[in-house]
Every structure is written in structure tokens, then in C-alpha cells.
Design a protein around this ligand. Sequence first.
Ligand code: SDX
Length: 428
Amino acid sequence: MAKTAELIIDGKSYKFPIVEGTEGEQGIDISNLLEETGAVTLDFGYKNTGATKSAITFLDGDKGILRYRGYSIEDLAAKSTFLEVSYLLIFGELPTADQLTKFSDDIKNHTMVHEDIKKILDGFPSSSHPMGVLASLFCAQTAFYPESLDPNRSSEGVYLSIVRSLAKMPTFASWAYKNEVGHPVNYPDNSLDYCSRFLKMMFALPAEKYEVDPVVAAALDKLLILHADHEQNCSTSTVRIVGSSKASIYSSISAGINALWGPLHGGANQEVILMLEQIKKDGGDTDKWIAKAKDKNDPFRLMGFGHRVYKNFDPRAKIIKKAADDVLEKLGVNDPTLEIAMKLEEIALKDPYFIERKLYPNVDFYSGIIYRALGIPVDMFTVMFAIGRLPGWIAQWKELRENKEPIGRPRQIYTGQNLRPYVALNKR
Ligand code: SDX
């Protein structure tokens, strides 16, 4: 007998089916709620609302579990590569050696961007934040590949858009950085692997020979894996709702880039470093800043702490914290903000305010420390998050289209004026 949930409104009973996921999660299917009861639900921030069924990523916030297509993030971060994880997320299975070689080669064949992209780039002043440039350049692909405007075109056409997205994202990202520092852009060197190719486009200068440090490339590959997907977070939900209108993959993902930019979401990694620098400049008084974070009258929040889903620990933060230690040691970098971050974590995890609210370091708390050690400038941190999250956005957009999900259109509870007659201007 299928499980149901009962709702009683004005004494009348209504029953709704309970949907169960493969990990035992339960959802009340209210697809007919409005039709049957005349009422809608109200759930600010969708804290209790499932927007879809998805087979891509599984999170358990209490147990600190994160799995991509059933594989644990710990396993993938330790043993896989970003391109292999991208293939897994998008196509559902780990690739064979031949499949991975073809995927990697297909991506290499599309890393160049149309020269006219430079004309768009030239329109951005060097004061432009790289996230705004990235979102614009990524969406500009709709102009250069107008056939992509039909999201339901052939599977070969969708595959080409997926390959182009993964191939050109690092090129767009590095060009956004070069535009900011006033350096000439670099073209992709396809003799290199995905991360090394990006690093060379970012940091190579015409007058110097640039060699990618394999420690840096390996650390970056691991960071991208850790950011690759995270079920229905703010930016992914944005990609899905834009994609639900049958907008192209490029415009849907460009919307996701913009949603990620916010300091409460992907923009937090930049805010964490700025916060740590502020605390360092202020003398490193961590107790003072913890008190500020707890003070309701103080707008200061401990950036990189707290999470809508994880109420125990963010498994990614654990992996990144260890990686931060390893990378800084290997690179011989002594970053005092790492000690400040670890001190903040130590204090916060013993403090009732954080314990009661189940606030723990999230993915953004330590990632900025590694990015900085890798030479990535602070306002490129969220761009790095976008490069990592791209395969997840692609996978979620593809799943939505393949499942033929309806256009997203939430309802509301109206709280404005009741009907009233128009008043002529001379009578107001
Ligand atoms: C990401 O969803 C995802 O999966 C996102 C992400 C992904 O991979 O896509 O994991 C990436 O976005 C990580 C989160 C990065 N953002 C930050 O680090 C910004 C700082 N953290 C927050 O602002 C906050 O914790 C959120 C936005 C992450 C979550 O906010 P919620 O779930 O809406 O919780 P809330 O704001 O309602 O806070 C609940 C309580 C409040 O106190 P009370 O009103 O109950 O007294 O906790 C407090 C908040 O004031 N609180 C904090 C805090 N975060 C929450 N207090 C101090 N410092 C903080 N960081």
C-alpha cells in the first residue's frame, strides 16, 4: 500500500502520495494540492521544498555525505580527475579509457573561441569583476552558435554544446582575468591537460617561458572535483528554472554563473579571504570576530560557515582543509590566514551559538587559502567555483530536458491592496 500524507483544511481531509528516493528520502507529492484544496504551500527559500527528482548527486546533511552518481566525494577526490568526474556527472557512468580519451580530445578540439569574442571583451573596462565578464562571454556563445538555441536538437547537437561549454569555460575565465590585469590574452595549449591548460592561459606572459607546476595543477584538479555538483543549490536551481523555459544551455548556465556570484553562495570564497585578511589586519583577535558573528545587531557573519543542507560537517571542507595543509607545505607557502581560519574553526565548533545553529565550515571556508597559494587572485575565486560547477550545471540542465520537466512557475500568497477604484490625478 503506497504511503500517503494527510492534510486537514477547514475540517476536510486530503491525502497526498509520499514519494521515496533510493536513499530513503521521503517527499510529499503535492502536484494536485492547489486543484484539490485551493491552497498553495509557502516555503521561503524553498528550505523544505523538493523541486524535482534527480539521479545525479546525493547529499545527507546530517551524516556529511556527498556522492556523485553513487560514488563518494572522498573516493573521487582521491582517485579520479575532473574530466572523468565531469563525464560521470553528465552521462551517468564512469567512462571507459576510450570514452575518456574521446571526451578529452573532443574538448581539446573546441578550446579556441571566435576572435570576435575579443571585441566583446574589449568592451569591458579593466575594473570589471571577472564573474560579470564570464557570464557575458559564456552567454555570447548563443550568438556564435545559433543552432544551440534549440535545446531539443539532436543528441549530437546537445553533445557538441556540452563539449563547447567545458572547452571554452577556462578560456573565457582566463581572458576575463587578463582583461582585468591589462595583459594580452593567451590561446589554449592543447598539449596540456585541462587544469594545466587553464593555468598557462591565466599566467603565461609573452616575455617569459611559463612552466605549469604539477603540484598546482593537481591541487586545482582536486578542487574542481570538489565543486563539480551539489544537487539543487541556488545556482543549479537557477540553471534548471531558466532551462525549464527551453532557453539554451548557454543562457541557462550564464544565469547560473550570475546566481553563483552572490556572497551567500559561490561568492563566499572571496568573502572568506577578505574576512581573514580583515581579522589579520585587526591584530588576529579571533574571539572579537566570533563575538561579532554572534551579535544580532552586527551585520558581520562568519563567511564560509553554515550551510542550508550540511548540519554536521561539509565533507568537502574536510578534504580541502587537508589539501590546504599539503599544498602550502609542498609550495613552501606560509599563509598566516590559514592559522586564523583554523583558530576560528576551533573556537566556533566549541561555541554554543554555532553548535545550536549547526554552523560548520563549508566548502568555501578553506578553498580561498588554496587558491591564493596557487597564485589565483582573490576576485577570481568565484570564477574557479564556476569552472568546477560547470559539469554539474550541464548534468542538471540535461536531466531536466531529458525528463521533459514543465516550465518552473512557483505561486505566491498575495499581501497587497484589495480591489479599489482608480482616482483621477486632480483628486489625489
Ligand atoms: C555555498 O546550497 C549549497 O549547496 C551551496 C554550496 C554549493 O556547493 O552549491 O554548498 C556552496 O553556497 C556554501 C555557502 C557559502 N556561504 C557562506 O559561507 C555565507 C555565510 N553563511 C550563511 O550566510 C548561511 O549559513 C547560508 C546562506 C550558507 C545558509 O543560510 P540559511 O540556511 O538560510 O540559514 P540562515 O541564514 O537562516 O541562518 C540560520 C541561523 C541564523 O541565526 P538565527 O536567526 O537563527 O538566530 O544561523 C545564523 C543566522 O544568523 N547564521 C550565521 C551564519 N550562518 C547562519 N551566523 C553567523 N555566521 C554565519 N556564517
